[in-house]
Design a protein around this ligand. Structure first.
Ligand SMILES: *[C@@H]1O[C@H](CO)[C@@H](O)[C@H](O)[C@H]1NC(C)=O
Length: 440
């Protein structure tokens, strides 16, 4: 039996000791005597703690096969110990598993539970540890084979009153055979194995507060095979590993991590339509040209200062979230012709002229520019809308519909702009015709 730190509020109560003595033939003399005098002195408490520890170790050695229920309950084994944790989960699923699967709800597991199942499978101990068929490991495996929606919810700090650090417990996900959706929070990507076995079925994956690299999530094999290629790629150089793609994955949410680069692992997710990389550490956006199916991309709350030629990487997207970055120029966005929603709020946009870069995007309907320095410019709304020319009435700026009055002003501004443009044009033609004879 593997026992992690015993509960801090540890105390042997007379009842448990009596049951153990009576039912399990534990020698009563093993129990350290209670000391009444000076009960609160520190050294006495410490010594008694040691004695009790000794007593528990003796007990556990005495029952190498199955811990008596009284003892395991008293030690909180169902909360803290491999066999106890799996037995409790198995029994729970024995009663409710079928119902949960039918309801199609998200089922939440903790890393400690997954670790325990993983360990028990590795140890090749009997699948039923307690002798009670309801607690057979088989109930868990049957459930995990069929489960579709899983959430793994880790946590920082110790579990309950033990000293177990949950995010250091490795676990293996290959017991899941039918997952469509997984959400992982507050784990460390290093503790997770078997993610790649979900490649066939998974449609939606969310990983938060758990990784600093896309590759750790999408190509865990890369730690063994630094040289790899996605399957089906035409490759000239010899590679050591051919990695299957995530063939059903359409939604990938890696928001709230510490990712600093979009690495080449995205070659393995060609079907992704919705990509959320918000709240990370991206200072540039590479490699997205490999994602032909992208429709919605969220890059909000990163460290982006500019986006050069975004259309070469985000050619067909409809929604682009860029809120909370450091953008001061919109030059790179001028050819995102399919864009419908654009969120540029919370950036460093100062110059109204920058809007010209997006003014002729033919499908743009929603534009968010709130919390940019340019918002304090007098008549900011009408001046922005005027740059959309004939489409000014179709663009919804900062979530507010354009009023008739604003549209009137926009018309005036457009007329002024037009006159100015024509004047500029004339001047160019004029100087051109003037220069012509000189050139000959
Ligand atoms: C625009 O952005 C601000 C700041 O991020 C946000 O609070 C607001 O809800 C957004 N408005 C719309 C209509 O999306």
């Amino acid at each position: 039996i593997l026992l992690w730190g015993a509960p801090r509020d540890f105390r042997i109560d007379k009842g448990s000791a009596a049951i153990l003595t009576a039912e399990n033939k534990v020698d009563r003399r093993l129990l350290p005597p209670k000391k009444i005098l000076g009960k609160n002195s520190k050294s006495l408490v410490e010594r008694r703690q040691k004695d009790l520890e000794q007593y528990l170790q003796t007990l556990l050695v005495q029952f190498p096969q199955a811990t008596p229920p009284a003892l395991s309950c008293f030690l909180h084994l169902q909360l803290y110990e491999v066999n106890g944790v799996t037995a409790a989960l198995a029994e729970d699923l024995f009663h409710k598993g079928e119902q949960l699967l039918e309801a199609g709800q998200v089922f939440t597991l903790r890393p400690l539970q997954l670790y325990s199942v993983t360990q028990q499978l590795r140890l090749a101990t009997p699948t039923c540890f307690t002798g009670d068929a309801k607690t057979d490991l088989g109930h868990i495996l049957d459930f995990t084979c069929r489960l579709k929606y899983l959430k793994i919810s880790g946590a920082q700090g110790p579990v309950g009153s033990s000293n177990i650090q949950e995010n250091s417990l490795p676990f293996d996900l290959s017991i899941f055979k039918s997952l469509l959706q997984i959400e992982i929070t507050e784990c460390s990507s290093q503790q997770i194995s078997g993610l790649s076995s979900l490649r066939q079925t998974l449609a939606t994956m969310s990983v938060h507060h758990s990784t600093d690299s896309m590759q750790l999530v999408l190509v865990p094999e890369a730690s063994e095979f630094p040289q790899w290629e996605p399957e089906g790629a035409v490759s000239s150089c010899p590679v050591t590993a051919v990695i299957p793609v995530w063939k059903s994955l359409t939604t990938l949410d890696l928001s709230h991590n510490d990712i600093s680069a979009v690495d080449s692992s995205v070659k393995l997710i060609p079907k992704v339509e919705f990509l959320d990389l918000s709240h990370n550490q991206l200072s540039s956006v590479e490699n997205l040209q490999h994602l032909y199916s992208l429709v919605h991309v969220d890059l909000s709350y990163n460290l982006l200062c500019s986006l050069d030629a975004a259309h070469t990487r985000l050619g067909n997207i409809k929604t682009l979230g860029l809120s909370g970055n450091q953008l001061s120029s919109l030059q790179g966005l001028c050819k995102l012709y399919s864009l419908v929603n654009l969120d540029l709020s919370h950036n460093q946009l100062t110059q109204l002229e920058e809007i010209r870069n997006i003014g002729s995007l033919p499908c743009l309907e929603k534009l968010n520019l709130s919390d940019n320095p340019m918002c304090i410019i007098p008549d900011y709304r009408t001046k922005v809308l005027a740059q959309f020319g004939d489409r000014a009435a179709e663009v919804c700026l900062d979530g507010k519909t354009t009023t008739e009055k604003e549209l009137d002003t926009v018309e005036v501004l457009k007329a002024i702009q037009k006159a100015k443009d024509m004047k500029d044009q004339k001047r160019t033609i004029h100087s051109f015709t003037q220069r012509k004879p000189g050139q000959e």
